[in-house]
Write a protein that binds this ligand. Structure first.
Ligand code: SAH
Length: 248
């Protein structure tokens, strides 16, 4: 079954864009996923094809109109009734690898891309739409965010990536960052690959990787580390202790 991506955008020419090459591009050619765009402007009903208007209460920029958005969303839902609708917005829930996995396991996804100051808030009351952010940054439009979400889903589709394990032994899959990687040459500018990785001792290598994974997560991403510690129901004092370690 093919993963159906539907993108509601003012810039349909941005798709499939970078997803038309490499792994995702070959998967698209094979039909592992499909990419349909709907031009939001086509759902405007006035003769100027207006999609936006000035913000209520004043302020800079323009806001996408709820009536136009609703017609676009309803059309997407008619075409792909089983696909969840995601709106790209910095006000949304930060996307996670866990959510990406769920989406990739489903029939596809419909993505609503904002522009200007974003969406009239009532669209989220009037339609079932999941508000999703790709991080604490502000993009000029939802399209690059949609490409990110789609890329992350597509690489998980069956048959898209070479080795089946390469999708599961990754950063975030178990709440940790991945361990650091090395490849030849054995020595580069006087720096060598950690000895253990050349030992051929698989148990030792696995133990080293696990330790580095935990260490790097603790140092680089205390937020992930604390969440993981919390999930393992460690006492609060344990979490505080770890934070203290980090400060030293
Ligand atoms: N005024 C809005 C930002 C609008 S940016 C605010 O401050 O919340 C214009 C569009 O870019 C948004 O409608 C959204 O679709 C997209 N966008 C910007 N940053 C994003 C992010 N971090 N995640 C997802 N989409 C984003």
């Amino acid at each position: 079954m093919s993963f159906a991506a539907t993108i509601l955008t003012l810039y349909p020419e941005m798709f499939p864009g970078p997803l038309g090459i490499s792994l995702a591009g070959r998967a698209l050619e094979r039909g592992d996923w499909s990419c349909e765009t709907l031009q939001i402007r086509d759902f405007a009903e006035d003769k100027h094809r207006t999609v936006d208007d000035t913000p209520a209460g004043g302020g800079a920029g323009m806001v996408l109109k709820p009536d136009v958005l609703a017609r676009a969303v309803d059309t997407a839902l008619e075409r792909q009734p089983a696909c969840p609708v995601l709106a790209m917005t910095p006000r949304g829930t930060p996307i996670s690898q866990a959510r990406i996995r769920e989406l990739a396991a489903g029939p596809g996804v419909t993505i609503l891309c904002g522009r200007f100051e974003g969406f009239d808030e009532r669209i989220f009351e009037g339609r079932e739409i999941e508000q999703v952010s790709v991080g604490d940054i502000v993009l000029s439009g939802g399209e690059p965010a949609a490409l990110m979400i789609l890329d992350a889903c597509i690489r998980l589709l069956p048959g898209v990536m070479g080795a089946p394990s390469s999708g599961t032994e990754e950063s975030f899959e178990d709440g940790l960052l991945e361990y650091p990687q090395y490849t030849r040459p054995q020595e580069w500018e006087g720096r060598t690959i950690p000895e253990v990785l050349r030992s051929g001792d698989h148990a030792k290598i696995a133990a080293w990787r696990k330790a580095r994974s935990e260490e790097d997560t603790r140092l680089r991403r205390p937020d992930l580390w604390e969440r993981r510690s919390g999930a393992r129901a460690q006492p609060a004092s344990g979490a505080r202790q770890k934070k203290k370690d980090l400060d030293q």
